[in-house]
Write a protein that binds this ligand. Structure first.
Ligand code: ADP
Ligand code: MG
Length: 346
């Protein structure tokens, strides 16, 4: 058995004489057989440097090793990765997750360690990534640029990070790209795009949410103290079969009172009215959305006023005292609550 060559020495010998610090640190973890995951800015040497050195070192030291290199597209596998390996011919398996077919994993076998090299892991479908994560392999390196804060690779980098050695590499750790180029991108690119391309950040919303997902997650993690206020309710009206929801906000706390699916919209009307009465809500305490809301609110008014309202003298003004009078439009535009009684006057 020949003496193992260390991965950094090997890289140097085959011509990678100028590895960046983070590239060397990732390669050392890989060499040590640790599950290593890195979220990196674009164009920083994942495919042509880190994966290439990892693959060649593994095959050089363990001639019976089997490696699976996978990337999201076949173009990336052939044009970038195998093109870079051309001067070496060894056993290797290249897969692209955009090519149809079942992905069987590879596992360590006696005398033949296996390795998984997963490039652009954020674009690999969750079920494929799950299969790969379950493989027993000595070597494991998942790297990717960032994107939406969701999916298997995002979870590896966040919720499952304790099971991996993780790295985040912004483009400031990438000296082959000039500062001027980065600054030009900062000027010209949309902020969210810049933060992915250069900051290796995860995008928690498309940049047009009023409240960011990050903010919501932080609040769920450590909720503020409850400051009570006047209760207001909101009805998310749905058509037959879809989910209808009643929420109530009291000061800074909002909760779902009830959520149900019903084929019979009159059944929903009855439920709403029962809830309104039980919660002591007046029409002006209640908002609802458009669409099915129109019809349902009209049905509510027709359902007849509850006993205690009937006794009131001024019929018309109180006719629909439990009918929602606010209306909210939430399809993309900023939501706001209107207090007018416009739809009961139509
Ligand atoms: N240590 C390094 N020294 C000099 N250039 C590097 C180094 N690492 C990466 N590069 C260069 O970065 C560029 C992008 O590499 P590539 O592997 O395509 O990036 P990625 O796969 O991360 O998008 C290539 O031109 C590569 O030569
Ligand atoms: Mg690449």
């Amino acid at each position: 058995m020949p003496k193992l060559v260390s991965i950094l020495e090997f890289a140097y010998r085959i011509g990678f004489t100028n590895l960046y610090d983070w590239q060397a640190r990732i390669l050392l973890r890989y060499e040590g057989g640790e599950s290593t995951a890195a979220a990196c800015a674009n164009y920083n040497g994942k495919t042509s440097v880190v994966f290439t050195v990892a693959a060649l070192w593994t095959l050089y030291n363990f001639p019976r090793a089997r490696l699976m290199y996978m990337s999201a597209t076949w173009r990336q596998v052939t044009n970038k990765f195998f093109a870079g390996l051309e001067r070496f011919r060894e056993r290797r398996i290249g897969r692209a997750s955009d090519v149809a077919g079942f992905v069987e994993g590879i596992h360590d076998q006696h005398g033949s360690p296996a390795g998984l090299l997963i490039d652009e892991a954020k674009s690999i479908r969750d079920e494929i990534l799950d299969t790969l994560e379950r493989c027993h392999t000595t070597f494991r390196l998942f790297m990717s640029s960032t994107g939406q804060a969701a999916g298997g690779f995002y979870r590896i980098m966040t919720a499952k990070a304790h099971l991996w050695k993780t790295f985040r590499v912004p483009s400031s750790d990438r000296p082959h790209v000039s500062k001027a180029e980065i600054e030009a991108d900062r000027e010209n690119l949309k902020d969210s795009v810049f933060r992915i391309k250069h900051g290796a950040e995860w995008l928690t919303d498309a940049g047009d949410s009023m409240t960011s997902l990050e903010h919501v997650r932080a609040l769920i993690e450590s909720p503020p103290e409850h400051l009570p206020g006047r209760p207001v309710a909101f009805c998310d009206f749905a058509g037959p079969g879809d989910e209808t929801v009643l929420t109530i906000a009291n000061g800074n706390r909002a909760e779902i009172v009830d959520a149900w699916r019903s084929r019979d919209t009159m059944h929903s009307v009855g439920k709403f009215l029962a809830h309104f009465r039980r919660l002591g809500l007046q029409g002006y305490d209640i908002g609802g959305d458009e669409g099915y809301g129109h019809q349902l609110m009209d049905r509510m008014a027709e359902e007849g006023p509850p006993a205690k309202i009937q006794q009131r003298p001024s019929g018309q003004a109180n006719r629909d005292i439990h009918k929602p009078c606010g209306r909210m439009v939430v399809n993309g535009r900023p939501a706001h609550r209107t207090q007018g009684r416009h739809h009961s006057q139509r």
